[in-house]
Design a protein around this ligand. Structure first.
Ligand code: MN
Length: 248
């Protein structure tokens, strides 16, 4: 049976052409023979609104969307969960890419195994300042007001927010920015002790959590800053696979 593939935290942007090329190659190669591709957030470095797709001065977003659409048309089923960088991706994004949006956390059956999918930022519950910010920007009223502004203004505001966030990160410990074990256990319990797949922390790895006598797997996806990678799951289990590029 062909595998389901998982990626997150690609942070695609025009200023990192090698990573964009690596992603497009991945779509044309490994993803083409997969049964399904799940993108679990932060595919784009930022997403100021679905009118990113219609910017005549910047075909970047539209070209990525087109590549995804072509992959879906060839038969790979495509799903996405938005992350903290691209949570403003909406119906226009889904239409242009042909991807099915999933509300997080999403419980899927992957090769017969109940598997819970999410971006991962909600698990970083020790970072209370971030969680407060997240609640604010996820309010429908905030979203509506923000999207009503002109695209250049939104991009500028996102850049300013990003600079503030990078500054704030300098004062946060590594532990605060990782997942909270209690939050992980609570989520696993609430969803019947599934396998868990998420990204966001940029700490790719495999963990096991013993929750109420259930041993649960937690797979953390890697980011694509320095190199690309993906998780492939089939009936034999999951494995993290690197993507090699001579251009990186
Ligand atoms: Mn993230």
């Amino acid at each position: 049976m062909p595998a389901a593939l998982f990626v997150s935290d690609l942070h695609l942007c025009p200023t990192r052409p090698a990573i964009v090329r690596l992603f497009l190659d991945f779509l044309a190669d490994q993803a083409m023979t997969a049964d399904a591709l799940y993108i679990l957030g932060d595919m784009f470095d930022y997403w100021a609104g679905d009118d990113e797709l219609a910017d005549p001065d910047d075909p970047f977003a539209a070209s990525i969307a087109g590549a995804l659409k072509a992959l879906g048309d060839r038969g790979t089923r495509l799903f996405f969960i938005t992350g903290n960088r691209d949570f403003l991706a909406g119906d226009g994004f889904a239409r242009a890419t042909g991807m099915t949006p999933l509300e997080e956390p999403h419980l899927a059956t992957i090769a017969g195994v109940p598997t819970l999918l999410l971006h991962g930022d909600t698990l970083c519950s020790d970072d209370t300042a971030y969680q407060e910010f997240r609640r604010e920007v996820r309010r429908p009223a905030w979203r509506e007001a923000f999207l009503a502004r002109p695209l250049p203004e939104r991009r500028a505001q996102i850049a300013a927010l990003r600079a503030r966030s990078e500054q704030a990160k300098l004062g946060k410990s590594a532990a605060i920015m990782d997942v909270n074990a209690g939050a992980v256990a609570e989520l696993l319990r609430a969803y019947g002790y599934p396998r868990l797949i998420h990204g966001h922390t940029h700490r790719p790895g495999y963990h096991e959590h013993l929750v109420d006598t259930h041993l649960c797997q937690r797979w953390v996806l890697g980011d694509w800053y320095e190199k690309g990678s993906y998780l492939a799951c089939d009936e034999r289990g999951c494995a993290t696979l690197p993507l090699l590029s001579t251009k990186l």
